[in-house]
Design a protein around this ligand. Structure first.
Ligand SMILES: [Zn+2]
Length: 168
């Protein structure tokens, strides 16, 4: 991803968090996504997808995010935050289907880029940099941090790697 894109995503997340919660440093973790959804005028619907490969979907016109009810709390959070990323970043995208195993689906490069951007948005939203840095000083246990942020240990590790707090 280009540096400009990452900067744009950081700005968008900061704007959104400030609009919803006011003072970012006073946010309680894990992030209350229901307040973000309310602010965006989005409804969350949990259900069972027919395909096991699907984790989530966005219907922009219907202002609805769908999430697989059988998924873990951490997985649902990431899926919701991913779809919020499309909602805020890709206003031309009417719908999105979020695949569980999307890594091997590079059907077209633009699409792949948008997926990466939505994942970056999700990680930035759920694990704000200042909190990650503060809490990493308190505990270096990735599992414990993952629990605090309401994400999977893999997502936590990737965020720590991205912020260069742990080695790749
Ligand atoms: Zn997506």
């Amino acid at each position: 991803m280009k540096d400009d894109d990452i900067q744009a995503i950081n700005s968008e997340v900061t704007r959104l968090l400030t609009a919803v919660f006011g003072d970012i440093s006073a946010i309680k973790l894990p992030l209350d996504l229901s307040r973000v959804l309310d602010y965006c005028g989005l409804t969350l619907r949990e259900g069972t997808f027919e395909s096991e490969e699907l984790a989530g979907a966005l219907d922009r016109d219907g202002k609805t995010i769908f999430v697989e009810s059988a998924d873990t709390y951490a997985r649902k959070n990431f899926t919701i935050a991913h779809e919020l990323g499309h909602f805020k970043l890709h206003k031309d995208m009417a719908t999105d289907i979020f695949y569980r195993y999307q890594v091997n689906k590079p059907e077209d490069a633009d699409d792949m880029e948008r997926e990466l951007q939505a994942n970056q948005f999700a990680a930035t939203l759920l694990m704000p940099e200042q909190f990650v840095r503060q809490l990493w000083e308190v505990t270096k246990e990735i599992d414990k941090l993952a629990q605090i942020f309401g994400v999977s240990p893999e997502a936590m590790r990737r965020r720590l790697q991205y912020l260069r707090l742990v080695a790749d």
